[in-house]
Design a protein around this ligand. Structure first.
Ligand code: MG
Length: 253
């Protein structure tokens, strides 16, 4: 832990802002499963699975900042990529199967990671907690409600994109001190780099299935970014007492 990182000395209250998808609850895994099913739909037309996936990634990247994120945008991207791959006479059937795949994805339902509730409760005794999530507002608010976590956050924002200006605007809106504010999330591209550019501290929480488009290089020499292997390790960073019993990620693995 670099000395420069805010350790919240006795009485030092920080504002801890959390990403939601793949930080507090599973998200990307549902999209990856849908893509697996989609690859079956577009198979047999001369594209390898790798080249079909690359076409989908290309379309999603082109729409990353402008086309929105969420299940509806994802469904559009699946259809667009299928149109590039599937011959016209087979396209109606393919689009019908894609609609069924997307329809089977969970909406407004989340599985909160095992150690999140106890960790947030402990952190919330010492710090002010906030939530900054990117996506379709109706979908994200439904997930926030379904998570049961809403009451733990003093600040909540659903944003269209996570750029440095997004974080500056939220810090101003909520009257926060950037030097006493930490953005915590699984995405280097959305949570870490733009928060740092806005003068916030940041913590990257490792997650096994972070969306490929969310990956980016984090400067290993940046003392303002801490890295933790799981959510419960945040307790060690921010001086909160350990919950009892210990979350499974510490005591059981
Ligand atoms: Mg995330």
């Amino acid at each position: 832990m670099p000395d420069a990182f805010p350790r919240s000395p006795a009485g030092g209250r920080l504002t801890l802002l959390f990403d939601a998808d793949d930080t507090l609850w599973d998200n990307n895994v549902h999209f990856e499963r849908a893509i697996e099913a989609w690859l079956d739909v577009v198979a047999g037309f001369g594209w390898t699975p790798e080249s079909a996936r690359a076409e989908l990634d290309r379309i999603e990247e082109a729409n990353f900042s402008t086309g929105g994120v969420g299940t509806s945008a994802f469904a559009l991207h699946l259809r667009l990529a299928a149109q590039a791959i599937v011959p016209a006479d087979r396209l109606p059937g393919a689009l019908g199967r894609i609609e069924a795949i997307v329809g089977a994805m969970p909406r407004g339902a989340v599985t909160v990671f095992a150690d999140v509730v106890a960790t947030l409760d402990a952190l919330g005794e010492r710090h002010t907690l906030g939530l900054v999530t990117r996506g379709d507002p109706a979908e994200q608010w439904a997930k926030i409600d379904a998570s049961g976590l809403r009451g733990r956050f003093a600040h909540i924002a659903v944003v269209e994109q996570k750029m440095p200006g997004t974080y500056r605007e939220l810090v101003a809106r909520w009257g926060l001190e950037p030097g006493a504010t930490v953005m915590i999330g699984n995405s280097p591209r959305s949570d870490i780099l733009p928060a740092r550019a806005a003068g916030l501290w940041a913590v990257l929480v490792s997650h096994a299935t972070t969306w490929a488009l969310e990956l980016a290089e984090v400067d290993p020499g940046d003392d303002g970014v801490a890295h933790v292997g799981n959510f419960a390790e945040l307790l060690g960073l921010f001086g909160a007492p350990m919950p009892s019993p210990l979350p499974r990620s510490i005591s059981g693995k």
